[in-house]
Every structure is written in C-alpha cells, then in structure tokens.
Design a protein around this ligand. Structure first.
Ligand code: R7I
Ligand code: MG
Length: 312
C-alpha cells in the first residue's frame, strides 16, 4: 500500500490558504473523475486492469463532474463565496461551450434553460415534476466547496454547500449530498495526519446532513465497518448505479474513510465497485486529496488527466 509519507511524518504545511486547498481538491476530484471515466470507455479491459492495477492508457478526459467543479472554483476565486447568480452563469456558459461532457439528463435541461436566461430558481424546478433533481450532481462537485471553506465552522461549510447545490438541485436530498460531501472534505483537511480519522469523517458528515435518504444512507455507512469488503459496502450503501445522491454519497464517504491515507488505493477500491464510477472517484478523490495534502496524487495519474480548461 502506498502511503503519503508527508502524512505519516506529520510534515504537512499548516499554512495552505483557501486557494491552494481549492486547487489541491480540484486536482483530486478531476483525476478521480477522469480515471473513473476510463472504466466506462472500455468495459472489456475493466477486470483485467482492476486485477493488475494497470493504469488505463491516457489521456484521461474529464467529464461534467470536473466541468461543474471548475465553475464553482472559478466563482469562489472571483467572488470569494458561492455567489449563486454568478455560479449559475458560469455553469451555463461552460455548458454552452462544451455540452458533451456527459451531463445528467435533467442537468442538460436545466443548464440549457439558464443559458437562455431562465432564472436559475425556475430552471432548477423544471425537472422531475417540479420537485427538482436529487441526482448526485450537486455532491460530485462539492469537495471544492469544503476545500475553500475548510477553516470555517462546519455549519458554515454546510450552508455554502447548500448554496452551491441549489442552483441546479432544487430537491432537498440533492442538496443533502452536497452538504455531506463538503463537510467531509473540510473534515479531511482538518484531520490530516490523524490516521484514525476515517470513522469520524463519516460522523461529521452525518451530523451536518439534513434528514432524508442520503442521511439515512450515511447512518448505514456508520454501521458498516471500515474493514468490511468493498463488495459488502457497495451492497449495503449502493455504488451510484441510480445516479442519485442517496445511492452515491454514503458509499463515497465510506470508501474515502477506508483509505484516507492513500489516494491511489482509494481510487482503485472505489472504481472496483463500478456503478457511477466517474462520480464516485471524483467525490472520493476530492476528499482524500485534502487529507493527503500536496504530493499525495501520484504523478503518473496527474499527468494522464487532460489539462484543466479554466482561466485560473
Ligand atoms: O445530478 P446530475 O447533475 O447528475 C450527475 C450525474 C453524474 O454521474 C455525472 O457524471 C453525470 O453522469 O450525471 O443530473 P440529473 O439529471 O439532475 O440527475 C441524474 C439522474 O438522477 C437523472 O437523470 C435521473 O435518472 C435521476 N434523478 C431522479 N430520478 C427520479 N426522481 C434525479 N432526480 C430524480 C428524481 O427526483
Ligand atoms: Mg461525469
């Protein structure tokens, strides 16, 4: 098992600012997204590669998970907080420029409407009979919110995460997934170096997540030993197959908690559950990179990922 040596030696910089944390988490998220996505591209190779842990050939193209995380990162750097109008515009502009990044079915409709000047408050309710989406799309991009806010009280992290989610996910459970993931990401940063932090990360997320199916799933994750097999974890918690917050986020928190100290192990175990593998790997990568700190993402993974297209 490859362990990030900086973590073990306790040499991590304690002075990383919000922007540096944001970039670190964005790298973890986008490498996870692009890595996981490769295991959709060529199903015949999946089991061979998983068995031997042979890295899929590059370049690894990233998907909507990274696109939307980039939009949040852009907004945070330009506005200093989750400015929802600015975020909606950035989501829509990036979507209009590159709509073929594997967006969810509801997301296409919402982003297209925002691009054509429908206020985001209305656009987010255009799907699923006006209830809004409870897809995993607000959670998939939320690690960067946790990274930016990591030195604020967790209640404030949760509030910013909710604001980042509301722009596209009007359903409370879609928002709950973003809250859980952002809190876990902030927690991962704050507990770096503590090799017993895994279970407490899930507890912190549980404590701040509003009631609903996602929170119920996180409760189940708390009752699933971190030593249990990935197969058992996936059977109990889901693997994102339904693309919902509730069948994605609990598994991701559990998988991240299981291997906080090794980005690479975390990626292989998460992708081995298959399911919504770009998104599960994006969420886990965005969290685990904050625990591991600078240098924890193996260079051979980072260099395979397509260059991030954004102005910062
Ligand atoms: O949430 P969202 O942005 O999806 C993100 C996922 C990630 O896996 C990405 O990598 C990309 O593949 O998509 O997009 P939505 O379209 O809002 O939600 C995703 C899916 O969740 C939808 O297409 C539905 O299948 C399902 N879903 C729902 N199903 C029933 N009732 C979301 N909300 C509902 C619902 O209320
Ligand atoms: Mg995707």
């Amino acid at each position: 098992m490859k362990v990030c040596l900086a973590v073990v030696r306790g040499e991590m910089s304690t002075t990383m600012n919000a922007e540096a944390r944001l970039r670190l988490s964005l790298d973890g998220l986008s490498v996870g997204d692009a890595f996981g996505e490769r295991f959709f591209v060529d199903p015949a190779l999946i089991f061979q590669q998983l068995g031997h842990r042979s890295m899929p050939p590059g370049p690894w193209r990233y998907s909507d998970d990274t696109e939307m995380a980039l939009a949040i990162a852009q907004t945070l750097l330009e506005c200093g907080h989750v400015d929802q109008d600015a975020l909606a515009r950035t989501f829509a502009d990036r979507y209009a420029e590159e709509p073929h990044r594997g967006y969810g079915a509801g997301a296409h409709r919402i982003l297209e409407a925002i691009a054509f000047e429908t206020p985001w408050q209305q656009a987010a309710r255009l799907v699923f009979d006006g209830q809004g989406s409870m897809g995993n799309g607000a959670a998939m991009r939320a690690p960067v919110v946790g990274a930016w806010c990591a030195d604020l009280p967790l209640e404030e992290v949760a509030q910013e995460a909710r604001r980042s989610a509301e722009v596209t996910h009007a359903h409370p459970d879609g928002q709950a997934g973003a809250i859980a993931v952002a809190v876990a990401a902030a927690w991962a940063w704050r507990s770096r170096g503590d090799l017993e932090a895994g279970r407490r990360l899930i507890e912190a997320a549980f404590e701040h997540t509003p009631p609903g199916e996602t929170r119920d799933g996180i409760h189940k994750a708390l009752g699933t030993p971190l030593s249990a097999s990935i197969t058992l974890g996936m059977e109990r918690l889901g693997n994102g197959r339904r693309i919902l917050s509730s069948d994605t986020v609990p598994f991701c928190l559990w998988s991240a908690a299981r291997r906080l100290e090794s980005f690479e192990d975390a990626m292989w175990q998460t992708v081995s559950a298959l399911g919504d593998r770009d998104t599960t790997c994006a969420i886990v990568g965005g969290i685990v990179s904050l625990f591991g700190g600078p240098g924890c993402i193996p260079e051979d993974m980072l260099t395979q990922r397509e260059t991030l297209n954004w102005p910062h």
